[in-house]
Design a protein around this ligand. Structure first.
Ligand SMILES: [Zn+2]
Length: 315
C-alpha cells in the first residue's frame, strides 16, 4: 500500500467529537471532492474515492449533520489495477437542498449543472484543522518519503486553492502553488513542512513513520558525508606525499641528498622510505620525535630547495 493511502486511512479514522469540526471536515471533503457528471438528460453530483474508510466517513457525516442518505455504490475499475472505487451520490442536493450546498460554499445551477465555488469561512482553529484534513482526504496525495518529500492538494478553482493555502498559512505553513492541467495545486516539498502538515491535520502515526524515515535518511547522508570527507583528505595526503617524494628525488639526482643539511636529509630519507604515511606518523619515526608541523616545515623547505634547483611540479 502507498504511504499516501496509509495517511488517508489514518485520517479517515481520527475521532472528531466537536460538531463544529465535523461540519468543517465534511465541507473540506465535499468542496474538494464533489464532481458533476453531466449527461444530456440529467446532472449527477458525485463523490468518488478508492478509500473505503473515507467513503464511510463521508456517508456518516452527511447523515449525522444534514440527515442526508447519499446512495453508495462500489465498483471495480480496470484502471488503477482493478481497485475498488466507492461512489456516493449527492445528486438529490441539486434540486432540493441548495441551502446545504450554500452551507459548504457551493452553488449549482439546476438548469446548466454549472458548479460555482464561493468562499468558505472557517474561524476556529479546531475547525481549520478539520477543514485542511478534509481537503487532503478528498484531493490530496503524498509521495513515498523513502523516495522524495512531496505533498499536494489539487483543486478545481483558484479560489479554493488560495483559501486552502490561507488556512495553511494560519499554522505557519508556506505552501507553493502551481496550475497544472486545469487544476490548481497547493504543495509542500520540505520534509519538515510535511511533518508539520501531518501534525496540524492530526495524522500522528504517519508523522512518527515519516520522522523515522527522515532520521534514517539523515544518518545515511551523514555517513556518506564522512566517507566523502575522508576520501578527500586521503587524496590530499597522497598528492602532498607525491609532491614531496618527487622533490626529494629531484634533489637526489641533481645534487645528492648529502647536499642537504642533516635535519632535512634525515626527513627526506624517511619520506622516501615511507611514501604512504601521514606527517604525524613521519614525526613519530624521527629520533627524537618531531611534531606534525615540524615535519611539515622541513618538507616545505625541501620542496623550496627543489624548486630553486629547477624542479617543476608539473613535469
Ligand atoms: Zn471546531
Amino acid at each position: 500500500m502507498s504511504f499516501s493511502l496509509d495517511v488517508k486511512r489514518e485520517m479517515s479514522r481520527i475521532e472528531v467529537t466537536e460538531a463544529c469540526c465535523k461540519k468543517s471536515e465534511l465541507a473540506g471533503i465535499l468542496r474538494a471532492g464533489l464532481t458533476m457528471r453531466n449527461t444530456p438528460d440529467r446532472f449527477r453530483l458525485l463523490f468518488s474515492t478508492e478509500n473505503a474508510p473515507l467513503s464511510r466517513r463521508v456517508f456518516i457525516l452527511a447523515k449525522e449533520i444534514y440527515g442526508l442518505d447519499p446512495g453508495v455504490s462500489g465498483r471495480r475499475t480496470r484502471r488503477f489495477r482493478n481497485r475498488s472505487i466507492y461512489q456516493l451520490n449527492f445528486s438529490g442536493l441539486i434540486n432540493d437542498r441548495q441551502e446545504l450546498l450554500n452551507d459548504i460554499g457551493l452553488s449549482i445551477s439546476p438548469d446548466s449543472g454549472e458548479m460555482r465555488y464561493m468562499n468558505y469561512r472557517v474561524r476556529k482553529r479546531c475547525c481549520k484543522r478539520a477543514y485542511l484534513r478534509g481537503g487532503f482526504l478528498a484531493a490530496g496525495s503524498i509521495s513515498d518519503p523513502d523516495k522524495s518529500y512531496h505533498l499536494e492538494v489539487s483543486f478545481r478553482s483558484q479560489l479554493q486553492a488560495d483559501e486552502y493555502i490561507q488556512y495553511l498559512n494560519d499554522f505557519g505553513l508556506q505552501p507553493r502553488s502551481i496550475q497544472r492541467k486545469g487544476y490548481y495545486l497547493a504543495y509542500l516539498k520540505e520534509g519538515q513542512e510535511i511533518v508539520d502538515f501531518l501534525n496540524v491535520t492530526g495524522a500522528h502515526k504517519a508523522l512518527m513513520n515519516l520522522e523515522n524515515i527522515r532520521i534514517m535518511k539523515e544518518m545515511r547522508n551523514q555517513v556518506n558525508r564522512i566517507v566523502n570527507c575522508e576520501t578527500a583528505n586521503l587524496s590530499k595526503t597522497v598528492d602532498a606525499s607525491l609532491r614531496q617524494t618527487e622533490s626529494i628525488r629531484f634533489i637526489q639526482e641533481h645534487a645528492g641528498l648529502d647536499s642537504l643539511p642533516d635535519a632535512l636529509r634525515e626527513i627526506a630519507l624517511l619520506r622516501l622510505e615511507n611514501p604512504g604515511v601521514s606527517l604525524a606518523e613521519l614525526g613519530r619515526m624521527m629520533e627524537p620525535p618531531l611534531s606534525k608541523s615540524g615535519v611539515n616545515h622541513r618538507l616545505r623547505k625541501i620542496e623550496r630547495i627543489a624548486l630553486s634547483m629547477g624542479f617543476n611540479t608539473g613535469s
